[in-house]
Design a protein around this ligand. Sequence first.
Ligand code: AOF
Ligand code: ZN
Length: 374
Amino acid sequence: MQHRKTSPATDEFWMAKAIRLAAKGCYTTSPNPRVGCVIVKNDECIGQGYHIQAGTPHAEVHALVAAGDHARDATAYVTLEPCSHTGRTPPCADALIKAGVKRVVVGMTDPNPQVSGQGIERIKAAGIAVTQDVLTEQAKALNPGFIKRMESGLPWVRVKLGISLDGKIALQNGASKWITGPAARRDVQRLRAKSCAIITGSGTVIADNPSMLVRPEQAEFSDYPVSTVRQPLRVVIDSQEKLTPNWLMFNDGQPVLLVNQHFRAGFSQDTQQCHLPLSAQGKIDLSLLLAELAGRGINEVLVESGAGLAGAFLANGLVDELIVYQAPVILGDKGVSMLNLPVYDEVNQAPHLKLTDIRHIAQDIRLTYQIVSD
Ligand code: AOF
Ligand code: ZN
């Protein structure tokens, strides 16, 4: 039988593998980005790795350690430009140069101003070939929050809504348990877990006394190697200072940030406070809050609130993504509508969205939209 020679795998093939590795850091890397790396020689993967947690080695270091001396003359595939700075760990560009790789393939340049192109320059200056922009869109999709924070000083904002077929989030009397099914609620656990912060309002706290914690036992995290799922920072907006220290969120030993105008006495040590000025309407300025959160290294934010706060984020142009779980139930025109928005006179003034994903989650459907900015 004649031996058929298979052609070598493409740069895209290996970069796709590096992207899948990076995604394993989905719940753990922040404030750092999710990064994956594969080292390839003679069309074979000889080392792989991904960034797990800030302060621990970067993806390239894990992959180089796995490859050992074989890394000499190999090709390294990295989803994000290797770093050139000494942060919590030394520069990966230097580690790749020292290991003697002969080519580096990069998914996207690092938007971190401490790096932004300098890692690639340093590698080129050492006489190593660099191929850029391989599967860039997919590489970018790993880190919407890190990229937005580095480029604009704001986090990536997702608003999550659980609605009926007719766009209601509750009955007239406020009853909302449970519109969506258990599988959709488990999916929300994953959404929470990948967020650095969850924003909610005093109305939701008073109505539901929620924990807003990630309940790992409810979400199938077992396909992820790090079993300790990080708890996001819970951010509670209390413009009117209605909340007392008795609500569950302030007493479960997990981090929570109370946002209001003045210092409030009586809250436990786990409750940090952040004081921001109120607008003319007596509300916390949401863009100032987002800038404050970005300053604390928050990349991705999930808004889980009532129609008032979610509508305010949308009306102020602060939302990047809307994630809607729609249940097959009709609550009727007396129900509570999903978003409070200003009165528009023309359809083109209303927010326009682009549907980016749609899937069945048991009996419900999950719709993901990006906001179309004009
Ligand atoms: C990489 N590979 O796996 C990661 C990178 O404080 P440090 O030392 O962890 O540096 C964090 C910065 O390094 C981060 O903001 C980003 O620019 C880069 N992250 N770079 O080459 C990695 N996690
Ligand atoms: Zn690095």
